[in-house]
Design a protein around this ligand. Structure first.
Ligand code: HEC
Ligand code: HEC
Length: 200
C-alpha cells in the first residue's frame, strides 16, 4: 500500500520533465536566438498592426506548444506574414532551443499561477486541456493564463472563422456561444500566468 503510494508520487514528480522524443532544446542557445524575437514579444503593449491586438506573451509558455506554433508558421500552415517570415529560416534545432528558453522564463510564476478563488463556469469545457488555472496540462497545448485578452479573442475568432485551422481547437471553438467568446478571453487573461519577457 505504502510502496504503491510512493511509486505513484515519484511518477507524478517525474512526469512533467519527460521529454518528447526529438531534438532536445538547449535553453542557453535559445536565449541568444530569441534576442530579436523579444524586440516584439518583449515589449509590453507591442501590437499587431491589423487587426490590432497585442503580440502574444511567450514567457512561461509550454515548450512543445511553442515548437508546434513555430513549425506551423515555418510550414505556412499557420498564417501570419510577419511570423512566417520570422520562422522561415529557423532549423528544427533552433526552434527547439528557442522554445526551451522561452518556456523556462517565468516558470515559477506559471507553475504557481492561481485563480485567487475566481471561477467561471463557462470555462469548465476548457480546463480539461488548458488546466484548472489556465495552465496547460500537456506540453503540446498552450497555457492561456495571463495571455493578452485581445490576442486570445483574436485567436478564438480565427478558430471560429477557419483562419486558424487546428482540428482540436477549431472544433472546441465552434461550440462556444457567440456571447461567451469575449468573456472567455477576458477570464483566461485575468489569471496569473504567462509573462512578457524583456530582452536581456
Ligand atoms: C515584428 C514583430 C515580431 C517579431 C520580431 C517576432 N514575432 Fe512572434 N509574433 C508576432 C505576432 C504579431 C504574433 C501573433 C501572430 C498570430 O496571431 O498568429 C506572433 C506570434 C508568435 C507565436 C505564437 C504564440 C502563440 O501563443 O500561439 C510564437 C511562438 C512566436 N511568435 C515566436 C516568435 C519567435 C521565436 C520569434 C523570433 C524568431 C518571433 N516570434 C519574432 C510578432 C513578432
Ligand atoms: C481537447 C483539448 C482542448 C479543449 C477542451 C480546449 N482547447 Fe483550446 N487549444 C487546444 C489546443 C491543442 C490548442 C493549440 C491549437 C493550435 O496549435 O492552434 C488550443 C489553443 C487555444 C487558444 C490559442 C492560444 C494561443 O496561444 O494562441 C485559445 C485562445 C484556446 N485554445 C481557448 C480555449 C477555450 C476558451 C476553450 C474552452 C471553450 C478551449 N480552448 C478548449 C486544446 C483544447
Amino acid at each position: 500500500m505504502k510502496i504503491v503510494a510512493i511509486v505513484a508520487t515519484l511518477l507524478l514528480a517525474v512526469a512533467p520533465f519527460a521529454q518528447p522524443a526529438h531534438a532536445e532544446g538547449d535553453a542557453a542557445a535559445g536565449k541568444d536566438l530569441a534576442y530579436t524575437c523579444l524586440g516584439c514579444h518583449g515589449i509590453e503593449g507591442y501590437r499587431n498592426a491589423y487587426p490590432s491586438y497585442r503580440v502574444p506573451k511567450l514567457g512561461g509558455q509550454k515548450a512543445g506548444y511553442l515548437e508546434i506554433a513555430l513549425q506551423g508558421y515555418r510550414a505556412g500552415t499557420r498564417k501570419h506574414p510577419t511570423m512566417q517570415a520570422q520562422a522561415t529560416s529557423l532549423t528544427d534545432q533552433e526552434i527547439a532551443d528557442i522554445s526551451a528558453y522561452l518556456a523556462s522564463i517565468g516558470g515559477d510564476t506559471v507553475a504557481a499561477g492561481g485563480t485567487d478563488g475566481a471561477s467561471f463556469d463557462k470555462a469548465a469545457a476548457c480546463t480539461a486541456c488548458h488546466g484548472q488555472n489556465g495552465i496547460s496540462v500537456n506540453a503540446a497545448w498552450p497555457t492561456l493564463a495571463g495571455q493578452h485578452q485581445d490576442y486570445l479573442l483574436n485567436s478564438l475568432i480565427q478558430y471560429r472563422d477557419g483562419t486558424r485551422g487546428d482540428p482540436i481547437m477549431a472544433a472546441q471553438a465552434a461550440l462556444i456561444a457567440e456571447e461567451d467568446v469575449a468573456l472567455l478571453a477576458r477570464y483566461f487573461s485575468s489569471l496569473e500566468g504567462l509573462e512578457t519577457t524583456a530582452p536581456e
